[in-house]
Design a protein. Structure first.
Length: 467
């Protein structure tokens, strides 16, 4: 096997690999001999089948098998001989292969860059801290009380208002034909909850018990049922009852409903929860600032193959957001060429930061422990109340799924490692500033796009439960 480097341009390397006809035929003969030890051919004992017959019966399949193996071996030899660190799987192209002739192919490989990490002790960062906002505590109490509200029958003849609950029967039709999932009986619908199709609940405001009406709405273009998406529909609705909401009182009984002794204990639990939220938000701001500082201080080249993969993932998400009507306002008036240029720069930044964090972690022996993995699985399970055991089973049976948790854990541990060595000072801010999206800070927005924003976390009904 002869390996010759024919190009070296930055991180890109290309080699020409030649396996002579004699070497290739020897590999074919060796493989056919192995096959001959186990196959059964009438008239011959195993291991005694002539090579000519083996070539006739199995030559084509063995040829393909040997070709694949020879190409993989050649690519690996080119990488190892030149002590390269491939960023991605090498690309191989067969340039010459004729029966009885030499096998020639090219191997193109992008390598990982050499990274010189800055002196982490010179990093200066600010950690946001804020006093717990008593107004936020009151809002949390009100929110909890509203989720513990009850309803009572409205006085006879009273019209339904936003916030009331109507008990209804409904039958939905498209083009005069009822559709699956469009029928309900005795359904309790809170007006203003936005739990039905946009425009549906508003048309029931002002209705009274005993009223019958036809609600006309159009399904959203991004509706999950494709056969209904964008379709105009009519719902025949009968109102059986109007019920008014009665919020729970903010008192000891409210506290007891979530397993706490009294209102004071509930307030303490909510303060702790808000404090945890503040800590999480402060961490997000600190991480954003850290990534910005790292990006400013490192400009090493990155493998374009990795950038291509990251860009493709970003662009796929952007197109999905566009189809669902979730595109950022700032992007709506931009051409595809403008967006692609912007998002390619984002992809390159993400790849560079990812390689940098990986380098810091590997050089400093940052390890993921079993305890780290267990904690991550537990956090995933908490997202599915009542189905925790199914989540545990899923990760126990799926090693790939478990491994997918490693990357974010590793990243956070490397961030912790860097923060411990940086110069970090505290900065007192208002709760409003702390709650601001860190990705909306100047110079930071490009890193977050086009991720979907997570919904604001609601205070847990079980305020005394550790999250």
């Amino acid at each position: 096997m002869q390996v010759t480097q024919i190009n070296a341009d930055g991180l890109k390397h290309e080699f020409k690999v030649v396996i002579t006809a004699g070497q290739f035929d020897e590999k074919v003969r060796d493989r056919l001999t192995e096959v001959g030890q186990s196959v059964k051919v009438p008239g011959f004992r195993p291991g005694k089948v002539p090579m000519a017959i083996l070539r006739q019966k199995y030559g084509k399949s063995v040829m393909g098998e040997v070709l694949e193996g020879a190409v993989n071996e050649g690519a690996q030899h080119a990488v190892e001989q030149n002590k390269l660190r491939p960023a991605l799987q090498p690309k191989v192209e067969i340039t010459k292969f004729e029966d009885g002739g030499d096998l020639e192919f090219s191997v193109a490989v992008e390598v990982l860059p050499e990274i010189e990490v800055m002196d982490l002790s010179t990093l200066t960062l600010e950690k946001m801290v804020a006093e717990i906002d008593e107004a936020e505590l009151e809002e949390a109490l009100k929110g909890l009380a509203s989720r513990r509200e009850t309803t009572e029958a409205a006085p006879a003849g009273q019209a339904a208002a936003s916030g009331d609950v109507v008990v209804i029967d409904f039958l939905g039709k498209v083009d005069g034909v009822a559709f699956d999932g469009g029928k309900g009986e005795g359904y309790s619908l809170k007006l203003g909850s936005n739990s039905f199709i946009p425009g549906f609940e508003e048309q029931l405001v002002g209705k009274k018990a005993g009223d019958e009406t036809v609600v006309k709405v159009t399904f959203p273009e991004a509706y999950h049922a494709e056969n209904l998406a964008g379709k105009a529909s009519e719902f025949e609705v009968k109102v059986h009852e109007v019920r008014t909401s009665v919020p729970a009182g903010i008192d000891d009984e409210l506290a007891k409903s979530v397993g706490l002794e009294n209102l004071a204990a509930l307030k303490d639990a909510l303060r702790e929860e808000i404090g945890r939220d503040y800590t999480t938000m402060a961490r997000a701001h600190l991480k954003r600032a850290l990534l910005d500082r790292l990006a400013e201080n490192h400009s090493f080249p990155v493998p374009q193959g990795m950038v291509d993969m990251e860009f493709d993932a970003i662009w796929k998400q952007l197109e999905a957001d566009k189809a669902a009507g979730r595109l950022d306002e700032a992007d709506k008036d931009k051409s595809d060429d403008e967006l692609k240029a912007e998002y390619r720069a984002i992809a390159e930044r993400r790849v560079r930061l990812g390689l940098l964090l990986s380098e810091v972690g590997q050089k400093n022996s940052v390890q993921i422990t079993q305890e780290d993995l267990n904690r991550a699985v537990m956090n995933e399970a908490r997202r599915f109340p009542g189905q925790e055991h199914l989540v545990f089973q899923y990760y126990q049976k799926n090693q790939d799924a478990l491994n997918s948790l490693r990357a974010p854990i590793f990243e956070e541990k490397v961030i912790d490692y860097i923060v411990e060595r940086a110069q970090v000072s505290e900065k007192t801010v208002s709760p409003e500033d702390l709650r601001k999206d860190p990705d909306a800070a100047p110079g930071a927005a490009e890193e977050a796009k086009p991720k979907k924003k997570a919904a604001a976390k609601k205070k847990a009904d079980k305020a005394g439960t550790e999250e």
